[in-house]
Ligand binder design. Structure first.
Ligand code: RM4
Ligand code: NI
Length: 283
């Protein structure tokens, strides 16, 4: 692990400021680091490979991460990745509130709730709150601290409310794109049939492909392949499953073909990759 620690003195405008918006338009590739502040990452568009505590996540539009100060993360590769970091220092909060109740990373047993997806509707809500927060950052006056904390609280609640839940019945406002992205992550162990998906959701395949590329900067197939490989890396690292079993669980019927794709994406075939990464990434 590298020792790079980002310091609040470089990212907050004053020692009192408790919340700030750090826009990354775009986010460049960025070395492994931790912080002495907390961070919420909201991905607007494009794509990239985000490594968090040793685990790789292929990220794109609508992905959301709660990063604790001590977490180690990096952006290994980026492709027009547009995101915003909302950064905060819990010790500086003036507003008396049970913050851990609305910050998933700080709740007990938080491990599962660090990576979220946000629906398009939620993204619209978040955008407007973040714009106001950004305004407070730029034009501070006597009430800015209080107002910023209030806005941050609003944001946290909106994020919880609009968290994308694939298991929930789809409501009308939810876009097919949200549904598709959620569907892809849930289709890792099997083939994905875009034809059937479009028929079921009564949408045009051509338009959906176009929309997907526009918002994420990649094709649907490319994204799905990346998701499968990230999942494979996770399984290789965290389990003792045989390579052929990993291949199957990641939607590859042919384990040789899996190894070829895996090597193309990561530079190593699965077995050496596993050896190389043994013991790393307990998160
Ligand atoms: C960097 C990158 C880091 C974040 C800082 C504030 O560009 O996004 O993750 O900690 O900004
Ligand atoms: Ni960071």
């Amino acid at each position: 692990m590298s020792g790079l620690v980002l310091r609040k003195s470089e990212f907050f405008i004053s020692p009192q400021q408790s919340v700030a918006v750090a826009g990354r338009y775009p986010q460049p590739a960025f070395a492994e680091h931790s912080h002495d502040f907390c961070e919420l990452i909201l991905v607007w568009r494009g794509n990239g490979l985000h490594k968090l505590n040793g685990r790789a996540y292929r990220i794109t539009r609508g992905d959301l991460f709660y990063i604790r100060a001590e977490d180690v993360h990096s952006y290994a590769s980026v492709n027009d990745l547009v995101l915003q970091n909302i950064i905060w220092c819990p010790k500086r909060f003036q507003l008396a509130f049970d913050w851990p109740a609305v910050i998933p990373a700080e709740a007990p047993g938080a491990a599962m709730s660090r990576a979220w997806r946000l629906s398009s509707q939620g993204m619209t809500q978040a955008r407007s709150i973040i714009n106001q927060l950004e305004h407070e950052n730029h034009c501070p006056d006597a009430f800015s601290h209080t107002l910023s904390e209030t806005l941050f609280l609003q944001l946290l609640i909106a994020l919880r409310r609009y968290r994308y839940r694939p298991d929930r019945a789809r409501d009308k406002e939810e876009s097919v794109l949200d549904l598709l992205i959620a569907h892809l992550s849930a289709s890792l162990d099997c083939a994905f049939d875009l034809d059937a998906f479009c028929a079921e959701n009564r949408c045009s395949e051509r338009v959906l492909r176009q929309q997907f590329r526009q918002q994420t900067g990649m094709s649907i197939n490319h994204y799905l392949r990346q998701l499968r490989i990230c999942h494979a890396q996770h399984l290789l690292q965290q389990s003792a499953l045989r390579v052929s079993e990993v291949a199957m669980r990641c939607g590859f019927e042919d384990s040789n073909y899996f190894s070829v794709v895996f090597a193309r994406e990561t530079g190593l075939t699965p077995r050496p990759w596993r050896q190389h990464h043994a013991g790393a990434g307990a998160s």
